[in-house]
Design a binder for this molecule. Structure first.
Ligand code: PZK
Length: 287
């Protein structure tokens, strides 16, 4: 791209500065599993994730203001308002999975939330909980209590971000459940706009920022299959890979099966055929 400054890289995304006020967020087709980016890409994955984010931004903008300015015709790039990002990520959990389950199994608490005794892995929580995390040195997330998170943000900012995240989660989880997908948990990144308003940023309710579970297969009492990455994880582990870089190349049938799962999630959640999205990405913006 001409005259755009590269300002950051995520594992599978790139961030560019368009001018003083605007950023461009570009999603690649790279995929990571067990924290390792694999050498094989999943065609259209970046478009699926960008289209889903844009869909949620369009549908929740009256609930919580967000950074979306424009969805580009390539279907994988979002023009965004530049914000002052909060130093915490805000995770909302409706089910007990991942580090939430690990912490609960050890202490009956998750990030300072005391939970009922006797819950099993993947069980639905009585109410969704908010569990903030900070970016630790190695790029790894470190869970913190809400008291600690509040101390790291400006006065009132964490509380506003928490309320925004809970409202977004409730909206998205209800929408997804009606369409056969359980939204087990999801991570939001928020910032402050130039008028001091807490604003949703980054990506929103994508498979990369969330746990999507197929509702039909839901069986608490153990880990659930991931809607999008299960073929990749199963194949990688069966190949004998020890989860250290580099990851294995994926065979064509695993690539095709995984692409189909991403497209299926997109179509279930948006109600839009993915081909229509590729032909005219802005179709997901009309609420
Ligand atoms: C911002 N990131 C993380 C995401 C990367 C890095 N609207 C915004 N204003 C200011 N800063 C950011 C955003 C957003 N979104 C997000 N880092 C800064 C990130 C994707 C790719 F390389």
């Amino acid at each position: 791209m001409r005259d755009v400054l590269h300002v950051g890289s995520g594992k599978v995304r790139e961030l560019y500065a368009l001018d003083d006020d605007r950023l461009l967020l570009v999603a690649s087709d790279r995929i990571s599993t067990y924290d390792v980016v694999l050498p094989t890409e999943i065609p259209d994955k970046g478009c699926v994730l960008t289209g889903l984010s844009a869909f949620w931004f369009a549908r929740t903008r009256t609930l919580v203001p967000n950074h979306l300015l424009a969805l580009r015709a390539d279907g994988r790039s979002l023009e965004c308002r530049r914000l002052e990002m909060l130093p915490v990520e805000v995770v909302v959990r409706g089910y007990l999975a991942g580090s939430g389950w690990t912490d609960y199994a050890r202490t009956a608490e998750v990030c300072g939330h005391r939970l009922p005794a006797g819950l099993s892995e993947s069980e639905r929580l009585p109410e969704p909980i908010v569990t903030p995390a900070t970016k630790a040195a190695e790029g790894h997330d470190l869970n913190v209590t809400e008291v600690e998170a509040a101390a790291m943000c400006g006065p009132g900012h964490y509380e506003a971000a928490r309320d925004a995240a809970l409202a977004l989660y409730r909206f998205a989880a209800a929408h997804a459940e009606e369409r056969g997908i359980l939204l087990a948990d999801t991570k939001f990144e928020l910032g402050i706009d130039d008028e001091g308003v807490v604003t949703l940023a980054d990506e929103a309710v994508t498979p990369d920022s969330s746990r999507f579970w197929p509702a039909d297969d839901y069986a608490p009492g153990g880990p659930q299959p991931s809607f999008d990455k299960q073929y990749v994880r199963d194949w990688c582990l069966a190949s004998g890979w020890d989860r250290t870089p580099p990851g294995p190349e994926l065979p064509p049938e695993v690539v095709a099966g995984t692409r189909a799962r991403y497209v299926e999630a997109f179509e279930l959640l948006t109600g839009t055929p993915f081909d229509r999205y590729l032909a005219d990405p802005e179709v997901v913006l009309c609420a």
